[in-house]
Structures are given as C-alpha cells and as structure tokens.
Write a protein that binds this ligand. Sequence first.
Ligand code: GLA
Length: 305
Amino acid sequence: MPSKRTRAWRAPGRVNIIGEHIDYLGGTVLPFACDLELVVSVSDSDHIDIRSVDADAAPYVRGVEEALHAHGLPIHPCSGDITSAIPVGAGLSSSAAIAAGLALALTRGRRVSPALLQDAEIRASGVRGGVMDQTAVLESRAGHALLLDCATGTFEHVAIPEEISFVVIDTGTRRELTDGRYAQRRAEVEAGHPMRRAHTDAEQRRVFDAVDAMRAGDAASLGALVGDSHASLRDNFEVSSPALDAAVTKAVARPGCTGARLVGAGFAGCVLAVVEAGAEQDFAAAFDTAYVVKAVDGAGPTRST
Ligand code: GLA
C-alpha cells in the first residue's frame, strides 16, 4: 500500500505591541505574529480526527468544520495531531492559531478570511472576541508589526526597527476567556462606562504614537507608551492581576527595559517587555520563563515542506 502523504501547517501565536481592548470597538491595533508557533500534521483520511496533546482541540475542530461549511468551502477529511509551543490561556492567541492551523489542514492550504476564523472561534468557545488575533495570525509578515484597522479590516505592515527587541514573560498564571470577565468588560465599554472609555480613548492615541516611535527606532518612547498602556489596563480597564503587575514592576527595573505591560485580554498570562536591542538575552535570563520573540509570517505550510 502506498504510504499516505503527510502535510504540515504552521500557525503562529500573536503578540500585541499596543492597542488592547479596542479591536471589538473598531479601533486600530498593532500586533505581530511571533515565533511561538504550533504545527498541525495530517494525512488524508475518511473522517476527521485531529488531536492535540496540550489542549482540547475537539471544540475547535468542530468550530472550524462548521465555519467552513457556513462559508461554503470544501472540507478534506484528515487525521493527525497538533503540537504547540504557544501557552494556552496566556494572552498569546493560542486559540486563533489552532483555528488557523485547522482551517489550513481541513482545506489543504486554502486561504481563509479572518472573519471565517473568528466565526470558528465563536462556535468553539462561545466568546465573542474582536478580529485582531485572527488577522495577525493570518496576515503578519516577518520582521513587521501589523497596523490593523479593525473597523475595515485593512492593514499596513510596519517594520520593527533593529533598535527594539521584544521579550514575552510568562507569569505561569492562566485565565479562561469563557469565565465572563472579558464579555463583561466589552459590554461595559460598549455601554459607555466612563472609566472603561478613558482607557480605550487614550489607548487608541497611544497606538498611533507607538507607530511613530517604531518608525523612529525610539525604544524609550515606545516603552513609555507600553508602560502607560499597562497602567490604564490596570487602573481604568481593571484587567490586570497581582502576578502581571509584579512581572511588569520587575521588568522595568531591569537594565535595557523601557516599558512593559500585560498582553492580550488580561487577567493572567504574559507580559510583553520592550527592551533595547542587545540587552534582550540578559533581560530574559532574569525570569523563570521568558521568550525573546521575533515577528514571523502568518500561518502557512511549514517552512521545511
Ligand atoms: C482577546 C481577544 C481579542 C482582543 C484582546 C484584547 O485576545 O480575542 O479580540 O479583544 O483579547 O485586546
């Protein structure tokens, strides 16, 4: 019998430099796809059976299948597994990466839209998120951040200057977006809650200032904006935690770090630190779990195939 052909697809996690909790309001955000990735390896089969060792992939398999059906795209049944280096529930969009990897596997590499992945995630988790994560996971370009207008879905690639490095610090704490706090914050800000609006209005201005700082290769200014974002997420949006605050305090006290903040929805997970290029390895070594992250291309075939 001929051996079955195996295909492998990679999907990256995402780091959001700045622009937190504004994507679902139609704001403009600045994420990038990072080199913490997952790989979906599959071969053709008469039924769909894709498993993951670190997470329950079943709801995502079902969600992606349903979303592909709903969008009229053909499905190629296959079986295989997902291996992931993206921590789950840590603010790095592991779920958007799973959805992207599965969509590639089940369509044999067809280009799907961020809206389809968003639909799949809502079907899988019931959480109504914005479109930032899915767009970053699909559309990012190596060495660049994605300046994404979430109202229109249009984007521009902004080069990450050589003066600036990014380090993700994992506090080891985890959250579930399904616990209701994300939906609660979203409902409050949509209803015009003054403190929540104070965060989102200022955060939007910081995104554009951050783009200027990136274009100028100015690690100090970018770090200051990222630090302001954390203070606002902590005090106005109230999505920080003691572990996240402690990691930010420790980060900004280290040499070369110009600013740090919680990344993603908040409540637990990871902190993103802006570090002057050259200082990032020593900086990362000061933490139990920290990754010097690079911006990579969006999801696609594995580089080796
Ligand atoms: C989660 C959601 C995103 C976004 C962020 C907060 O990652 O999936 O759509 O709302 O939280 O910026």
